[in-house]
Design a protein around this ligand. Structure first.
Ligand code: IMP
Length: 207
């Protein structure tokens, strides 16, 4: 991540519309070779209120705000975890599941508590991510892509990597907890990795 926001570079500068350090690390690891990814906070841009009721609406809100405030192309991520036994909750409210400003630990602990009596065969869940890329704030054809990662909710936290709900999310294919995966393996399987690869395909096709 280029934290010296004014540094000169040949790569295209884009602003990432998030204050979530975990997401930013993943985006930088996947885009860093081709783009100079600048965090909106490093440009003094305050986060916009996430008033949407869908991942897509919030992702658009964030991208438009960051593009308008920065004058740069903007990338936004809105993501969360959907639990089958909870009819898709916490979904778009994942970041504030245990209350506004709640920590990752408080959010995942609330989910474990709510799921306490749910048996192993009913603990299905998925991460969902919607990425929006806007070339400028008035871009009326933003690129919007979605990625989904299927898995299930563990009985207890495990692993010390990742962020957010990673310690309690078990990948459906490998049976490995997300927080115990090396970063590259998570990026290869995750909702964000899938969405980003699709976005890169669209950007390449449009170039
Ligand atoms: P947002 O920043 O408003 O989009 O909120 C995203 C919420 O989903 C936060 O609680 C994140 O911790 C969680 N989340 C999104 N992606 C991931 C992930 O890859 N691993 C773990 N938690 C995630």
């Amino acid at each position: 991540m280029n934290r010296a926001a004014g540094a000169a570079t040949d790569r295209q500068r884009i602003v990432f519309a998030s204050g979530n350090a975990g997401k930013a690390r993943e985006i930088e690891a996947m885009l860093g070779d081709h783009y100079d990814v600048i965090l909106q906070g490093d440009l003094g841009i305050e986060p916009v209120a996430e008033t949407g009721t869908t991942f897509e609406a919030n992702s658009l809100l964030k991208a438009e705000h960051a593009a308008r405030q920065s004058g740069l192309p903007a990338l936004a991520d809105d993501s969360g975890i959907e639990v089958d036994a909870l009819d898709g909750a916490p979904g778009v409210y994942s970041a504030r599941y245990a209350g506004i400003g709640a920590s990752d630990t408080a959010n995942l602990q609330k989910l474990l508590d709510v799921m306490q009596n749910v048996p192993a065969d009913r603990r299905g869940a998925r991460f969902r991510c919607v990425l929006t890329f806007m070339r400028h704030a008035d871009d009326n054809a933003p690129l919007v892509v979605e990625g989904i990662w299927e898995g299930r909710i563990a009985l207890a936290p495990c692993g010390d990597g990742g962020f957010g709900y990673d310690p309690i999310f078990i990948d459906a294919v490998s049976g490995v907890v997300s927080a115990a995966m090396p970063a590259a393996e998570k990026n290869a399987r995750s909702h964000r990795g899938k969405a980003l690869r699709e976005l890169q395909r669209l950007l390449a096709a449009a170039a």
